[in-house]
Design a binder for this molecule. Structure first.
Ligand code: FES
Length: 110
């Protein structure tokens, strides 16, 4: 359970297919919906530290996870656990607890 929750913006942005970005305890965090499931993760690929802005997200039949795909070299990460699923990334992505309350997206402070 998160110690506190940080508001990063209106849920309507996600519900129309967009992404929200915010800063939580020094992490740059991105939040999005995949098939109605809310996900939040650090906006920094563990391969070489680049932003995941523009990354595609999709379902992957090989895992129960939705995945985010780094736009630079194609590493795939599980959106639920952060696990690195394919090279060139080997370290997991940091993922965050997230919730929607009263139309706002809140990220759990780690
Ligand atoms: S920077 Fe993400 S896979 Fe290389």
């Amino acid at each position: 359970m998160a110690a506190s929750w940080i508001d990063i913006g209106a849920a309507a942005v996600l519900q129309s297919g967009g992404r929200l970005d915010g800063e939580v305890d020094g992490y740059y965090v991105a939040a999005l919906l995949l098939e109605g499931e809310l996900h939040a993760f650090e906006d920094r690929c563990t391969h070489d530290g680049e932003s995941l802005t523009g990354a595609e997200v999709e379902r992957d039949a090989s895992t129960p996870c939705g995945v985010v795909i780094c736009p630079r070299h194609g590493a795939r990460f599980c959106l639920r656990t952060g696990a690195a699923l394919t090279p060139p990334a080997y370290e997991p992505l940091t993922v965050f607890a997230a919730r929607i309350r009263e139309g706002r997206v809140e990220i759990g402070s780690p």
